[in-house]
Structures are given as structure tokens and as C-alpha cells.
Design a protein around this ligand. Structure first.
Ligand code: ZN
Length: 212
């Protein structure tokens, strides 16, 4: 599976198994040089919910919104890769630097995040039942003791994120790291223990730890 980022900072040539969309969100004029990729979950259940959440708010956006589960196999580019998107938040700090949105690319995965046991089975934070796979695990940060189960990402979702990161690193040699939002912000749980961020770092940069 390979993607390609063209001279206009747009994704082109997605794998055949995926639908590639461009849905430009607001597109502010602030230019960035990406240094790090930040992975998120959207606390969502459908691609349209995820895209709407990113498009509606003036305070939330991301470069990529994606789903690769069941019949929903879509990668949507919302913001050109040389333009700032608002995904990391003001509280995020990477290698001592705040203003992470000004030097990062954001990937939002359609995933509900924490799950809770109900008489009818696992449910997401809004009470909607989850029929996908479940990971029972504490959040590695220790900051979310009440959240002990997580919606697993599909192998296809992890493969899409990996392929996107490979295309980003090829196009932008300035990128030196990929991190979970929960690694650069103490109040965020996404993408959570179900996302193999250390493995992704290992594959991309030959180390499991983020740069410090
Ligand atoms: Zn996030």
C-alpha cells in the first residue's frame, strides 16, 4: 500500500482498496514545515461523523480524516500538508516546544476510543454498542484509571496510517518523529493503548521512543 504527496502538498494515488477524497476545511494561510506526525482518534463511529467534527469547528481540524473498517475505507485530506491544522491544541508540547500545530501533521482515525461494559456488551462513551474487537488495557500514562478497555484499530487502519507516514517522510525529510496525541498532551487519551505507536516509530525511525 503506498500513497504519494504531490508538489501541491496534496495526497494523490491512494491504494485501490481506498477511496481518496479532498474536502478542504477552512484552509487558513499559515504555512508550516512539518517535523512530527501526530496520531489521534476522533471519538467517532463513522467517517462522516469524523469529517463533520473536523469541518464544523473553527478550533479543530486535521490534515487527514480516515476510516478503514468494514465497508468504510476512506482517506480524506482536509488541509494541505504545508498549511497548519488545529489538532494538537495549545497545551501540547513536543521536545520542549509548544505550538505543535505549527510544525506537525495530524491524522485523525475514525475510532470511538474508550469502551465500557454494559449488560448488552461493550459500548462507547456515548452508550452506542461496539461490535469490533476490544483491547482490555490500562492507558500507559496512568492518567485514565477508569478507562480500561479500548476499541481496537483494524490491521487495515494501522496499515493506512503507516503508509501515510511513509509518504509524508518521503515528501518532507524534515519529519523526524511520529507521536500519539497522548504522548504530547497530559489531558488527552488518544490514540490510546490500542494504537501501536512504538512499532510505527520503530518502522519509520528505527527507535521505539519519541525524541526528547
Ligand atoms: Zn487528539
Amino acid at each position: 500500500m503506498t500513497f504519494h504527496v504531490n508538489a501541491q502538498h496534496q495526497l494523490e494515488r491512494a491504494p485501490e482498496s481506498l477511496e481518496l477524497r479532498h474536502r478542504w476545511d477552512k484552509v487558513p494561510s499559515y504555512r508550516i514545515t512539518p517535523v512530527v506526525v501526530v496520531v489521534h482518534y476522533g471519538v467517532t463511529r463513522t467517517q462522516s461523523q469524523l469529517e463533520s467534527a473536523l469541518a464544523v469547528s473553527d478550533y479543530v481540524s486535521a490534515h487527514i480524516a480516515m476510516s478503514a473498517r468494514g465497508n468504510e475505507r476512506v482517506v480524506t485530506q482536509m488541509v494541505p500538508f504545508n498549511v497548519r491544522a488545529a489538532h494538537a491544541g495549545a497545551a501540547a508540547v513536543y521536545r520542549g516546544r509548544s505550538g505543535v500545530n505549527s510544525f506537525s501533521l495530524g491524522i485523525e482515525i475514525n475510532n470511538p476510543g474508550p469502551l465500557f461494559e454494559t449488560p448488552d456488551g461493550w459500548a462507547d462513551i456515548r452508550g452506542k454498542l461496539w461490535d469490533g474487537e476490544v483491547l482490555v488495557a490500562d492507558h500507559p500514562s496512568g492518567r485514565f484509571p477508569k478507562w480500561q478497555a479500548w476499541a481496537r484499530y483494524t490491521q487495515d487502519e494501522i496499515a493506512v496510517v503507516t503508509a501515510l507516514c511513509l509518504a509524508f517522510v518521503e515528501r518532507y525529510p524534515t519529519i523526524v518523529d511520529v507521536v500519539g496525541h497522548d504522548e504530547i498532551r497530559t489531558d488527552k487519551a488518544d490514540p490510546g493503548p490500542a494504537f501501536p505507536v512504538a512499532e510505527l516509530r520503530s518502522l519509520l525511525f528505527h527507535r521505539t521512543q519519541m525524541l526528547t
